[in-house]
Design a protein around this ligand. Structure first.
Ligand SMILES: Cc1ncc(COP(=O)(O)O)c(C=O)c1O
Length: 398
């Protein structure tokens, strides 16, 4: 591997040449069934014809203009997004971290312009992941991402998801600005929060005047079988929502959505981006949105997910010494393992199946929403072969 790259990634020894649907082909011509999908990004699979058409058509027109001009694609995508959920306004960025950064700034600024600048505290949760900017690592508080990067930023604290009393007390504090949570924790290991939890926190935040931020960077854009994960539940919608990953179906683009009220501090000059929402990104994201939001795409994702969960539950009963739990929602699935998850990812790769890691010793399955039933069966068959190998190794080690 090249030593001219900053070695911040734990890279698998696999160099991808091309992709098609749920399949990746490496530079040696070997095909892999891709249940990583760019970590929940390639929601429509690789090389989707509609995305290719949108990209190539836009490439011949205009790639980039500054946000000092109107960008019609932004207006069109913002209209689609706001019509599809609680939000009234959208800011476009390039990555999930930037969407989170915008959400946190909007929340503090909201209180500042409302005459309560002391409200700066942001409540986050153990096991969450919000990206790699300073604000994002401080909001999630994962020690391995924070340590060595200077003093912690003021105004960030994390609670346990099941600490009901602590959450209520923190929301009620007069210095609290916002609460940020992933409706389904992704990197934390596909941990789906219950509707009751999301509704309770929604109610508490409303009562206290605290802004509720949903980080749907991973769980959004159809990943759970609804366009946004919180839409599975009544009365759970946030004030601000972060999107990225599948928003562009693999093209870098992100969005911070908010109610007009929550965004009232975000006035001209207080925030911005050079590349955010450029015409090329907008063209692809509009095509991705129109495809993902089709009822048949979401219905297919729900049906394949149900099939996968059934097959995986059966696999877990056959391999209770390898799989401790099957969890998650929709196409954001976690297998909590007994053997080391990183070792298991290698065994899966030996079977030409790609899975992602996750917290709590999980591996995650994040296939394209377009995965076929046959491919779902094939993925589980390959997992079964990896489980058999893992069992053999556990027996050898005993
Ligand atoms: C829930 C969540 N938020 C934010 C991010 C950060 O996104 P990005 O890597 O695009 O900055 C991620 C990335 O995995 C994520 O899963």
């Amino acid at each position: 591997m090249s030593d001219s790259l900053m070695p911040v990634y734990n890279r698998a020894p696999l160099a991808v040449e091309r992709g098609e649907g749920a399949w990746l082909h490496d530079t040696n011509g070997v095909a892999y069934l891709d249940c990583v999908a760019g970590i929940a990004t390639d929601a429509l699979g690789h090389a989707h014809p509609r995305l290719i058409a949108a990209l190539t058509e836009q490439a011949t027109k205009i790639w980039h203009v500054s946000n000092i001009f109107r960008i019609p694609g932004q207006e069109a995508l913002a209209q689609r997004l706001t019509e599809a959920c609680f939000a009234d306004v959208v800011f476009f960025g390039n990555s999930g971290s930037e969407a989170v950064e915008c959400a946190l700034k909007a929340a503090r600024r909201y209180h500042s312009v409302a005459g309560a600048p002391e409200r700066i505290d942001v409540i986050g949760f153990a096991g969450s992941f919000h990206g790699r900017t300073y604000a994002a690592i401080n909001a999630a508080g994962n020690p391995s991402y924070v340590e060595g990067f200077g003093p912690p930023l003021p105004g960030y604290a994390q609670l346990m998801i099941d600490d009901e009393a602590g959450i209520a007390a923190a929301i009620a504090r007069p210095t609290t600005a916002a609460l940020i949570v992933e409706p389904v924790q992704g990197e934390g290991g596909a941990r789906a929060l219950s509707g009751a939890w999301l509704q309770r926190v929604r109610r508490l935040c409303s009562e206290a005047g605290v802004l509720l931020i949903h980080d749907e960077v991973q769980s959004g854009m159809g990943r759970t079988g609804r366009l946004f994960a919180h839409q599975w539940y009544e009365d759970a919608a946030p004030d601000i929502m972060c999107l990225a990953k599948a928003l562009g179906g693999g093209f870098p683009v992100a969005a911070c959505l908010a109610t007009r009220e929550a965004a009232r501090g975000m006035t001209a000059g207080v925030h911005g981006s050079t590349f955010g929402g450029n015409p090329l990104a907008m063209a692809v994201a509009i095509a991705a949105f129109d495809e993902i939001s089709k009822p048949e795409t979401l219905a297919h994702a729900c049906a394949v997910s149900a099939d996968l969960f059934e097959r995986l539950a059966a696999l877990a009963t056959r391999y209770p010494d390898v799989i401790a739990d099957v969890r998650g929602k929709g196409m954001l699935i976690g297998l909590k393992l007994i053997p080391n998850n990183r070792d298991f990812m290698v065994l899966a790769r030996d079977q030409r199946l790609l899975v992602a890691g996750g917290g709590e010793n999980c591996v995650r399955l994040l296939p394209p929403l377009t995965l076929t039933f046959d491919e779902a069966a094939e993925a589980v068959a390959r997992l079964e072969a990896a489980c058999a190998e893992a069992r053999g190794r556990l027996a050898q080690a005993a």
